[in-house]
Design a protein around this ligand. Structure first.
Ligand code: 5AD
Length: 351
């Protein structure tokens, strides 16, 4: 599929043709990654952030945001719950928080790796090569960094550079992660104000070109305390809508272009369609769910977008609902680490 064909699918509105897309994506999912749905325990370990991304509620200039940072002991305790729930992976996510120093994170990763058999996924923002290397050496297995959009003008408009620095190059960081041997994940938001169909088609083509192992996508959700949540400029008739259906299209096309990657049905998707987002995501390409195990007292403060789904549910409650859904869909809960077959292929080619 070239960019034009991807673009045509993104614009498709005929039910019959969309049904073909959904069933094709589901068949490829089944053939390439099977019926297992892998569960990841998500911990949002810090809501501090020095960046000013124009869409995100955690942006530094947002004075209303409540800031917290979990201690290592709190994190280890929550990791224990994730182990008890039978999971194979913990995802540590945070804003770009300078207090999460190179040594602090390395020490945390080592403790988790020493105490548990979990795969550790980091999602801590744009970090320098030396940190990424140290954390990998400490035992971190995976890293998630969405490039958000492949349209450089749009990227620049919504990502002010760090003070005194030039524009960040997330694609360069992704290549570094790959080189360091991380299982590497990225993704985009769907429906960013100013995002065109053509640029979203390019994003999906880029997923394939980068050879990503994990791809997460969700709808853009306007946060009132951010510039993009207040006065956003649309791309007119080429503007991608931030709807659940548009996200399903991206999930399905991503599955077709990157058949062996791990693709989550994200919390943002469950937030735009609370009743069916997660289910339809799993039926249209996704094979991963990331239940949130952040202690409830911190949940509200990790406010990247408003009215997040499952924001008052414990990890264990969420786990119960997810397992029920998986069984209802005739799927199975994945055991073990649930590495992406795309990653195992990369590793084989290297050795
Ligand atoms: N709406 C939707 N997704 C958002 N993210 C950040 N802010 C928003 C928002 N307002 C997503 C970004 C980021 C991920 C952690 O959360 O894609 O990479």
């Amino acid at each position: 599929m070239n960019d034009n064909e991807i673009c045509a699918f993104l614009k498709e509105e005929e039910t019959a043709r969309l049904d073909v897309l959904w069933s094709h994506a589901d068949a490829v999912r089944k053939k390439e990654v099977g019926n297992d749905v892998h569960l990841r325990g998500l911990l949002e370990i810090s809501s501090y952030c020095v960046r000013q991304c124009k869409y995100c509620g955690l942006r530094a200039p947002n004075r209303e945001a409540v800031r917290y940072r979990m201690t290592q002991d709190e994190i280890l305790q929550a990791v224990g719950e994730i182990v008890d729930a039978g999971y194979g992976t913990v995802v540590l996510q945070a804003g770009e928080d300078p207090a999460l120093t190179k040594e602090w994170v390395a020490g945390l990763v080592k403790r988790i790796k020493a105490d548990t058999g979990l795969a550790v996924t980091l999602s801590l923002g744009e970090m320098e090569d030396d940190k990424l290397k140290l954390w990998r050496d400490a035992g971190a297995d995976r890293y998630l960094l969405r490039f958000e959009t492949s349209d450089t003008d749009l990227y620049r408009r919504i990502h002010p550079p760090k003070q005194g620095k030039t524009l960040s190059e997330r694609v360069a960081i992704l290549k570094k992660l790959y080189e360091l041997g991380y299982e590497t994940g990225s993704g985009v938001m769907v429906g960013i104000p100013g995002q065109t169909y053509a640029s979203l088609a390019r994003d999906i083509a880029l997923f394939r070109e980068l050879g990503l192992h994990m791809i997460g996508v969700g709808p853009f959700l306007p946060h009132p305390a951010t510039p993009l949540g207040k006065d956003a400029v649309s791309a007119g008739k080429e503007q991608v809508p931030a709807t659940d259906v548009m996200v399903y299209k991206v999930l399905a096309l991503t599955r077709l272009l990157c058949p062996r990657t791990n693709i989550p049905a994200t919390t943002a998707l469950s937030t735009v369609n609370r009743t069916d987002g997660r289910k339809l995501g799993l039926l249209r390409g996704a094979n991963v769910i990331m239940p949130n195990f952040t202690p409830l007292k911190y949940r509200k403060a990790y406010d990247i977008y408003p009215d997040k789904a499952c924001s008052s549910e414990t990890g264990i409650q969420s786990d119960r609902n997810v397992r029920e859904l998986i069984v209802t869909l005739g799927r199975t809960v994945g055991r073990g680490r649930g590495d992406s077959p795309a990653f195992m292929q990369t590793s084989d080619e290297r050795s």
